[in-house]
Each structure stands twice: as C-alpha cells, then as structure tokens.
Design a protein around this ligand. Structure first.
Ligand SMILES: Cc1cc2nc3c(=O)[nH]c(=O)nc-3n(C[C@H](O)[C@H](O)[C@H](O)COP(=O)(O)O)c2cc1C
Length: 196
C-alpha cells in the first residue's frame, strides 16, 4: 500500500472482557499487516452522556467526532443486544453525522451469544448508509461467542479468517470515494505517456 491509510475501530461493548473488542483487535492487526495505521476507539474512555440535541458538544463529543472524521476507514464492532446493536454504540453514532461518516469506508462486525446473528448488521448497515458511508459488502457476524472467542483470541479458524479478511478490506478500500478521481488521474497519466 503506497497510501497512508488510517483505520479506526469503534467497539460497541463496554465490557472489560469484551469479545467484540478481541475480534476488532484481530481485524486491526490484519489492517496493519496491509499497511494501514490503526486505532482502537474504546468508548469506555469517552465521556458521552445520553445524546441531547440541545447539548451536542457535551463532554468528549468533539474528541469522538475528530477521531472518526480523521479516519479513512472505520471498523464498527457491536455485541448483539436483544437482536440489534448496542445502545452505547447508537449513542456514539448519534453524536456523529455525515460530516464524520460521509464518504468514509465502513466495515461491520457483530458478536453474538446465540447462533443466529444478522439483524444487528442489517440495522447498522442501514444507519451507516443514512450517514452516507460506503459500507463494505464483506461483513462478519460471529455467533456463539462464549466458545468462538475465548482467552483474548478467536478460537475458530474460519471466523478468524473472515475477521482477517475484513481487516484487509477496510484497509484496501479506505478512501474509496476518491477512486474515480484517482482512476481519472491514472488514465490521464497513461494517455500522456502514450503520446510521448
Ligand atoms: C443486554 C444483552 C442482550 C443480549 N441479547 C442477545 C441477543 O438477542 N442475541 C444473542 O445472540 N446474544 C445476545 N446477548 C449476548 C451477547 O451478544 C454476547 O454475550 C456478546 O459476546 C457480547 O459482546 P461482548 O463480549 O463484546 O460484550 C446479549 C447480551 C446482553 C448483555
């Protein structure tokens, strides 16, 4: 990768022993192997009261927005809570908007205790599209989290591969909204070289 790409992961679980955070770390490691600079944005470190439109600048809102806005790609990981994504994550997303997410590449991941995850990814995809993000078609749903993620590692080879692929893809497709411009520049350069 000859671009300086920044990938930020947002973890929707506040649990110390969060399996979502474990899986996000694995995806970020794979993004780093693909040449990206990475950051885990841990919502436990941000003071974000329940979003109040009358006070959108409260506490750490600006720090959260700045971190997301500077990212070329955002990896969002959430636990499955009652068939959707977590309230903590929704609250953080409500502090952000199209200024932060518009045109940004987004990769989605869900970690569920049960065997039939998917709805939280559907809900998150819809929210991210509303924010004009470029949501990657590759998404990862990790089922049966008590056995598939253990002791700070993903304990299932196929899931680990999917998580790694997601990390590679968020790095590879970071800045995707600039691709038409880059392709046009390349076409012009090739045409110029052919004329010489
Ligand atoms: C409030 C709450 C609701 C949950 N609801 C579901 C659910 O509807 N379906 C499911 O598969 N797992 C559900 N779970 C289990 C979590 O998705 C699972 O434990 C997951 O690993 C939590 O993510 P974390 O380890 O990153 O905190 C729920 C857990 C909590 C705390």
């Amino acid at each position: 990768m000859d671009r300086n790409v920044r990938v930020v992961a947002v973890c929707g679980s506040l649990r110390d022993d969060s399996k979502t955070r474990t899986a996000l770390r694995a995806a970020l490691a794979s993004a780093r192997s693909a040449g990206a600079t990475t950051e885990l944005l841990d919502l436990r470190e941000y003071d974000l009261p329940a979003y109040d439109p009358d006070d959108p600048e409260s506490a750490d809102a600006a720090a959260l927005r700045e971190s997301v806005e500077r990212a070329d790609a955002v990896l969002i990981g959430t636990p499955n809570y009652h068939g959707s994504y977590s309230g903590q994550l929704k609250n953080a997303l409500d502090y952000c908007g199209r200024d932060e997410f518009g045109g940004t590449t987004v990769g989605l991941m869900e970690v569920a205790g049960g065997e039939f995850p998917t709805a939280p990814l559907d809900h998150l995809r819809s929210v991210c599209r509303t924010l004009n993000a470029w949501v990657l078609p590759t998404e990862v749903a990790i089922p049966s989290s008590s056995s598939t993620v253990a002791d700070g590692e993903i304990d299932d080879e196929r899931i680990a591969e999917r998580v790694a692929r997601l990390g590679e893809q968020v790095a590879a497709y970071a800045g995707v909204e600039n691709y038409p411009e880059l392709a046009a520049e390349r076409r012009d350069a090739l045409a110029e070289a052919a004329d010489d």
